[in-house]
Design a protein around this ligand. Structure first.
Ligand SMILES: C[S@@+](CC[C@H](N)C(=O)[O-])C[C@H]1O[C@@H](n2cnc3c(N)ncnc32)[C@H](O)[C@@H]1O
Length: 380
């Protein structure tokens, strides 16, 4: 069967997809590799393809190996040594894996000192339980990242994601062609989409999605409900053409990993932090206006959160991330309320908090850190 253009040539939406992977992994590899509490790092690419597209576009394996090479040499330069990075690249098509091996060798992207590299040609559904078992056996100090980038959605199940996360040391990035899934929901739903959704919520309880973006939001909420409170789920929306929305879903049980992913996402979309938007190529009327994060909706929810009962700095940090926002956004809002004399901050012993000090960071959130401030509104 002839290949579609998107399978031979790297299209812009695939470039955006690997851009998020790259932006996040650069942070992930460097932070973990420089921590004395972390051992080896494992990367699993379950649908890797051959690494280089016919138009020269770089696919996930090349992007990842490049980031590993940089992180390895940066740590060696800084600390005199580096941890190891072990990679697994899998694709059901043997010829793609053979080409990938050649591409990696031609581009001089891997040396054994970095860690092990494994190439497999297994069916995803056979491989998932094997990877999950491998992750369960990892020593506590070691961390893993799994990238799942299928063409469709038929193979993937949310239970796979759960099995890959249950060890507590791993993070998963999943790409889903949500536009096609949404279109099917609108038209006649194929059995495979029912199977996918049925696992998340009973079919008859699936909420109506008026638009592709609402469908993504419904999927995210369904994933969150399915996985429970101990997991963080976020989305990165990529629009291919006007009103065609595809989506990367990020899953982790570690709040700091989530913090760093949100940071990567907001770096790629400074205004909405939602994802990458379709550009018609026509100069936007507002393109000369300095971009500021859009935090209005978040300001309202944060107001209700603190209005309900007093909240401490740790609670506000976690709530901010769960809303998909950065601590810097919450700090800006709290600062504004403080200047308007709406917000009061007190230390646990009842003294007034310092002006413009909010202590919203992972460092302050760690269990060993005491609560620094308690926030409430002036009128309650
Ligand atoms: C969207 S592409 C991956 C693109 C790649 N991540 C990149 O950034 O360039 C999906 C790949 O999955 C492979 N594939 C399809 N079905 C598979 C299966 N059941 N198990 C493993 N790989 C599969 C295809 O051969 C194809 O190369």
């Amino acid at each position: 069967m002839a290949k579609k253009d998107s399978q031979k040539i790297m299209l812009v939406h695939s470039e955006v997809k690997v851009k998020l992977l790259e932006t996040y992994l650069k942070r992930y590899f460097n932070i973990l590799n420089n921590s004395k509490f972390i051992g080896d790092i494992h990367y699993f690419d379950l649908f890797s393809a051959e690494g280089v597209y016919e138009n020269g576009g770089k696919g996930s394996p090349i992007i990842v190996l490049d980031s590993i090479k940089n992180a390895y040499y940066a740590a060696k330069h800084k600390n005199g040594n580096s941890g190891k990075f072990h990679c697994m690249f899998n694709d059901i098509e043997e010829s793609k894996i053979e080409t990938l091996k050649k591409n990696i060798s031609n581009l001089k992207l891997h040396y054994s000192e970095f860690g092990n590299i494994e190439f497999l040609t297994k069916d995803y559904q056979i491989l998932v339980p094997e990877v999950s078992k491998k992750l369960d056996k990892l020593p506590k100090k070691e961390k893993a990242f799994v990238f799942i980038d299928p063409y469709g959605y038929k193979e993937v199940r949310i239970s796979d994601i759960k099995s890959l996360l249950k060890n507590g040391n791993s993070e998963v990035l999943l790409f889903l062609p949500t536009h096609f899934m949404f279109r099917f929901i609108e038209d006649g739903t194929p059995e495979s989409l029912y199977e996918f959704i049925e696992e998340i919520v009973p079919k008859e309880q699936w909420p109506k999605s008026q638009t592709g973006l609402v469908f993504i939001e419904n999927l995210k909420n369904g994933f969150k409900k399915y996985l429970g409170k101990n997991f963080f789920v976020d989305t990165f929306v990529i629009s291919r053409e006007k009103n065609q929305f595809f989506c990367l879903f990020f899953f982790t049980s570690h709040i700091y990993g989530f913090d760093r992913m949100l940071d990567a996402k907001w770096e790629l979309d400074e205004e909405q932090g939602r994802g990458w938007r379709y550009s018609s190529g026509v100069e936007d009327l507002f393109s000369c206006v300095e971009i500021e994060p859009s935090t209005e909706k978040f300001e309202d929810t944060l107001r209700s959160f603190i209005g309900l009962k007093s909240r401490n700095n740790k609670e506000i940090y976690e709530y901010t991330l769960r809303c998909g926002h950065l601590p810097s956004h919450a700090s800006q809002i709290l600062k504004k309320w403080q200047e308007n004399k709406e917000l009061i901050s007190k230390t646990p012993s009842g003294e007034n908090g310092r002006k413009s000090a909010f202590y919203l960071s992972y460092k302050e959130y760690k269990p060993a850190e005491p609560i620094k401030l308690i926030f409430s509104f002036n009128n309650i």
